[in-house]
Design a binder for this molecule. Sequence first.
Ligand code: 6PG
Length: 247
Amino acid sequence: MSDRPPLIVAVDRKDLARRAADEVVTRARAAIASRGVFHVALAGGSTPRELYATLAREERAHFARWHAWFGDERRVPPDDEKSNFRMATQTLLEPADIPEEHWHPIRVWEGEPEEAAQTYERELLMHLGPSPRFDLVLLGMGADGHVASIFPGSKALEEVEHDVVATFVEKLGAWRVTLTVRAINRSRAVIFLVAGTEKAAALHAVLEGPRDPARFPAQAISPESEDCLWLVDRAAASGLSGPQNRE
Ligand code: 6PG
């Protein structure tokens, strides 16, 4: 990509979590100051665990004003160890005392994937209006450059009618429900959290390679607000050729 977005390279995962927590709280406080509420779409997977645990200890975050949404969900029960909702509940929602009526899981366990996507989109529209705009979307990135459950070649890349879709992920042989690129790019801010040497090749391709979002969906993410921050650790940044920190 030609104009590289702001990138902060943390020493390690602990430093990454600390820096990310500061960035999230800054955006939360700004949203609450101007609109009285903070709507955040949480990332799944494993990288955000440390961030959520660090955030839960934040005194300055005004958690009572947070609404916790999800960028995507796997088609598993809410108590399954693979569930993004379970991970976020254990590491952030409960420890931070975010009011339960402000938890917005993608209820993949309540019916067919398409129904769960439609239900979630209706809930988004009800809370955020006809063009739902998150204050912040947190994203991880897979070693193949996927974000949320938008995998290479996914229909969610081109979706123009819906903010949420159900998608069958061939490489996983599993259904997922995910926000679409359109929904993510409408947000006020996006923060990517990427850690580990296994992500280095994809990070180099996404940030420094030719533009090919069908192959590297992370390249499709470019919020209209232009507040898009990449927070990575040194291991993930090891494949980058350009200047390491660009704050
Ligand atoms: C998911 C996530 C997914 C994740 C990446 C990175 O449901 O798996 O939403 O997009 O962010 O796969 O996962 P790790 O943080 O575990 O490497």
